[in-house]
Design a protein around this ligand. Structure first.
Ligand SMILES: C[S@@+](CC[C@H](N)C(=O)[O-])C[C@H]1O[C@@H](n2cnc3c(N)ncnc32)[C@H](O)[C@@H]1O
Length: 233
């Protein structure tokens, strides 16, 4: 019976067509084990989405909502630089759309996983290191439309660093030097709520008003969408 599910077969049973219907509805593979795993993951996503709606669209937003912000404000088919690869979920999304994706991650374990996951994409490079050192080195080689997803910070578990550490000051300082070179640019910074109140720096984190000043000084438009600070031209 499984053979019929995997290969074209004239003898389609009721169970087969049921499996196909479920796999089509949830957009998951027809293999039974993968199908169940896929359905569980999708259902968890739907559950998280509804919790978010019931909680009044607060923070954090589901991953799909964050990706829609990246799609709306970033230049999706240009070059993307991401700091903080983690499991490579956003990297994979970008790899499918962008001409080039460069992602930076200091955790050796996460880099190994991400390289494996992303190896099928010829347009994607995973750099092992700290963004405060690696990102500035890349910038002179970028041209056209360039977007940044700045998301490198400790997030517990096997992620790198201490909660008070962030490469954001060095990243923004380096990006500012190159902004004029690029036709269009978008700088998206996640977890805006984690930045300090006016004048109240926290650890290495600048304040929210420092981010606004940085955008103003560099003559960029700015907005905040779903806890993501976005500066763009
Ligand atoms: C919130 S996760 C990134 C999530 C990912 N960008 C996504 O959208 O799915 C933060 C990641 O940043 C990494 N990280 C911590 N310090 C960093 C630094 N200085 N430079 C680059 N990445 C860093 C952590 O190891 C962790 O994997």
């Amino acid at each position: 019976m499984d053979e019929c599910v995997r290969t074209p077969c004239s003898r389609v049973t009721r169970t087969d067509s049921g499996l196909h219907a479920i796999s089509y509805a949830f957009q998951v593979p027809t293999n039974k084990n993968f199908l169940l795993l896929g359905i569980r993951v999708r259902l968890r996503k739907i559950q998280f989405y509804w919790q978010w709606v019931r909680n009044g669209y607060g923070v954090p937003a589901p991953q799909t909502v964050k990706l829609s912000v990246l799609s709306r404000y970033g230049y999706l088919d240009g070059t993307w630089v991401e700091s903080g690869t983690y499991l490579g979920q956003t990297t994979e999304f970008l790899a499918r759309k962008a001409s080039q994706v460069i992602t930076i991650e200091p955790s050796h374990e996460l880099v190994t996983r991400a390289r494996k996951k992303l190896s099928k994409f010829g347009n994607t490079r995973v750099i092992e290191g700290l963004s405060e050192f690696e990102l500035p080195k890349l910038l002179s080689g970028l041209s056209g439309d360039v977007s940044f997803w700045l998301d490198g910070h400790a997030s517990g578990g096997i992620t790198y660093g201490r909660p008070e550490d962030t490469p954001i000051r060095e990243e923004l300082k380096a990006i500012a030097k190159y902004l004029e070179r690029w036709e269009r640019a978008a700088i998206l910074i996640d977890d805006f709520r984690g930045f300090g109140a006016r004048g109240a720096d926290q650890g290495d984190y600048p304040s929210r008003s420092d981010l606004v000043s940085w955008a103003d000084e560099n003559e960029l438009n700015w907005t905040v969408q779903h806890d993501i600070f976005i500066a763009y031209k």
